[in-house]
Design a protein around this ligand. Sequence first.
Ligand SMILES: C[S@@+](CC[C@H](N)C(=O)[O-])C[C@H]1O[C@@H](n2cnc3c(N)ncnc32)[C@H](O)[C@@H]1O
Length: 284
Amino acid sequence: MANRHFGKAGDVWKHLMVCEVLAAAEPTHYAESHAGSGAYDLVYDDERNYGVGHFLEVSAVVDTLGASAYAHALHRFTSTGRARYPGSALQAMTLLGDTSEYLFCDVDPVSAEDLRLWGRNLELSRCQVVEHDGMTAVAEWLDTCAGSRCVVHIDPFDPFAAQPGGLSAVQLAGQVAESGSVLVYWYGFDSPLEQAWALAEIAQRTSKPLTCLDVLVTDETGQGMNGDLGVGTTPGTGFGVVLANVEEQVIANCDRLGRDLIRTYAGKRLPNGQQGGLRFTRRA
Ligand SMILES: C[S@@+](CC[C@H](N)C(=O)[O-])C[C@H]1O[C@@H](n2cnc3c(N)ncnc32)[C@H](O)[C@@H]1O
């Protein structure tokens, strides 16, 4: 299954950070264990209005957001003709072009075919798409790119699922961090008690310093109860990214972009019409 949550607020947060890291790191090798499809036809429902719709609006007036690598990748697909939302793999292909070698994994044949199509459209000479378990493929690939500028993006639906004898997404994240490659790991959660959970999980599996840029969806009191992020961006749910082996200056840029974006949500109603907001926390 491709990414059914494309263009929602959690997706925008992830892509804002991934693109910033990619633009700064200029990797020679880029891999995604859970790549999704290349692009999705853009629809504007309540969740997307709150996510990508809101970003397109505010990036026209907030300079830092408008100048972000994410805005650059996004506008290429939203500003003309048939509006599409580019997934993370297509954003990377757009930003890096043929300067990088790519490994994109997805078990969904439709997503894999779409990725191949975009690789051909953009005339990328080193774009490999594999249609089996992404944790296994990326773990093997990591060994081959030692000494290169490598970035790995891990974005699972189920962070603890593993093939028999294989790695889970959080285990792979620990290995990537340990290898010295740049890691961008996306996570979501359904209760304030789970905020930043991926930081602790990955920290158990690596000695490398980690940074976590976390967002909690709150109600009008600044609190939230339990929710279901898969259903909607409701109070008590949230999302974030964990970064490893990313330069301090790049983390600072991600932090600033994140804060600028969160600020634009002040006074905005949640997708379900409730009063509420987004609260940003940075942890290490
Ligand atoms: C959240 S989506 C990816 C979205 C994409 N990274 C983006 O940001 O645009 C997760 C994807 O993981 C794929 N998937 C699920 N299990 C997988 C596995 N074991 N290996 C590779 N892909 C998997 C699903 O088919 C789905 O397309």
